[in-house]
Design a protein. Structure first.
Length: 285
């Protein structure tokens, strides 16, 4: 059970949504051969049951990492991700629970250490969003819940993992293009993404002396279960992704390589930075 400090989850039967039910299916499969860029590393990926998280987990496995798949409640999707990791010859561990609950994050990290003995990469990808056209429609419960999942969960995961991260470890957070250009129907969500970017930059300076790099990825519109399962209004879904320069939504496997680059030694001189796989939208930062 969540502790007394955890805000009750906003009830939506469709969220976070099953990837296996989507048509067309998101493209999460790695698109190239691995080259051992994460050989024998251990990664935790939150929100790894579907979407970007699944694509990241599969790509990390192809590059040689064992992966802990942290997710909320889509058990079959999480098992599908675990099978994708195992198909690459790596070990997978599934852990279900709410990252907005500090005690759960501590327990999840303890399970990873018990299973794998180390943590080299932490990917904070789990998030939620609820569309509202009018700011007065955003309930206090929803506002608190969105912040608890999207930014409190990152704090909790980093706090729990920090004692186990050694020099050379990497943290990669998922922010969003909405942090840079705004989104009128996602006021609370966009606000959390601004907090995530500030958290990334501040944490990168905080951990630099320990040799731990902290970066972020800011995706644009990506075809995942989150939007069609209730994270976007029906009207917005009709033209999802059409307003970016490339004229289409991205696929999870077009975003995952950014998470790989920031996690491996290719990015050894990068910290506090944000990559922008967003279909060509120009942003500052």
């Amino acid at each position: 059970m969540p502790d007394q400090h955890t805000i009750d989850r906003v009830h939506e039967d469709t969220l976070p949504g099953e990837e296996r039910s989507l048509d067309p299916k998101p493209q999460w499969q790695p698109r190239y051969r691995g080259s051992d860029r994460l050989k024998d590393k251990v990664a935790i990926v939150t929100g790894a049951d579907s979407g970007i998280g699944r694509a990241v987990a599969a790509l990390y496995a192809r590059e040689g990492a064992d992966v802990a798949i942290v997710y909320l409640n889509e058990h079959q999707d999480a098992e599908d991700t675990a099978e994708a990791v195992r198909a690459e010859g790596r070990r997978a561990l599934t852990i279900a629970g709410d990252v907005g609950d500090k005690a759960f994050c501590e327990d999840a990290v303890a399970k990873v250490i018990a299973e794998f003995g180390r943590i080299d990469v932490l990917v904070n990808n789990a998030g939620e969003q609820h569309p509202d056209k009018d700011i007065t429609d955003i309930t206090e419960q929803q506002l608190r819940r969105t912040f608890q999942t999207n930014i409190f969960g990152m704090f909790f995961m980093v706090q729990a993992a920090s004692p186990h991260l050694k020099e050379g470890a990497a943290i990669v957070n998922c922010t969003s293009v909405t942090m840079y250009q705004g989104e009128p129907e996602l006021l609370d969500y966009s606000s959390t993404k601004g907090a995530i970017t500030a958290f990334t930059r501040s944490l990168s300076m905080n951990l630099a002396e320990k040799g731990i790099r902290v970066n972020a990825v800011a995706p644009g519109p990506i075809w995942t279960p989150l939007n069609p399962s209730g994270g976007a209004s029906p009207k917005k879904l009709e033209h999802f992704g059409e307003d970016v320069p490339m004229g289409r939504p991205g696929q999870p496997n077009e975003v995952a390589p950014a998470f790989l680059f920031l996690a491996c030694e290719d990015a050894s001189y990068m910290s506090g930075q944000v990559l922008h796989p967003n279909g060509g939208t120009i942003v500052n930062g």
